[in-house]
Design a protein around this ligand. Structure first.
Ligand code: INI
Length: 184
């Protein structure tokens, strides 16, 4: 059976799988309300991730007043704020941003691990997608490279992922396939 590859960035879809009801999200964020939780620790990096995320959200069509930005002290505190925002903040997705840098962090594994597990648990507990834009790297240079440097901006990528997931979940809740969405 041929497989279908879909790129939400370009909207390019492969050949449809005959007879299957195919569902894929896209990056049209018109009418979405999105939360962003960002940690102050290593704020030189996290502010760049935030710039990338907000830039991507705005570029995809999210209104400025439909973006809630929540600051927390460190990556360890991201999950509790993300869960609150997802449960009671009226947002359809939460973008989580921060930087855990091994070079400066004796308890790197604990902080990074708790952030990752805690953010993943937001999905399970609330049904609201929470995306992982937390850098877990060895050096400040590696973080800089991923916060608007030579490896792109992981904040922007996490924002795009949130939009794609909201789009996909909307379609799944409506029981709508790609074909039905494009035909009207
Ligand atoms: N928090 C981070 O977001 N990144 C780090 O690199 C980091 N370091 O280096 O320790 C860090 N620590 C703080 C942690 O997230 C909590 O805020 C703190 O332990 C209080 O709970």
């Amino acid at each position: 059976m041929p497989s279908t590859r879909y790129d939400a960035g370009t909207g390019a879809a492969g050949a449809p799988i005959e007879g299957a009801r195919v569902h894929t999200g896209n990056l049209d964020a018109t009418g979405m309300r999105i939360g962003v939780v960002v940690s102050r620790f290593n704020d030189i990096i996290s502010t760049r991730l935030l710039d990338g995320a907000v830039g991507a959200l705005r570029q995809r069509g999210v209104g400025a007043g439909d973006i809630d930005v929540v600051w927390v002290p460190g990556a360890f505190e991201i999950p509790i704020a993300a869960r609150e925002l997802a449960s009671h903040g009226g947002v359809e997705a939460v973008v989580c941003l921060g930087a855990v840098i091994r070079g400066d962090t004796a308890h790197f594994e604990y902080v990074a691990g708790e952030a990752a597990q805690g953010i993943a648990s937001v999905h399970a507990a609330t049904g609201v997608p929470a995306t992982f834009g937390v850098l877990t790297v060895d050096t400040v240079e590696q973080a800089t490279d991923r916060a608007g440097g030579k490896h792109g901006n992981k904040g922007a990528e996490a924002a795009d992922t949130a939009i794609e997931m909201v789009s996909l979940l909307r379609d799944l809740r409506l029981g709508r396939t790609d074909e039905q969405r494009t035909s009207g």
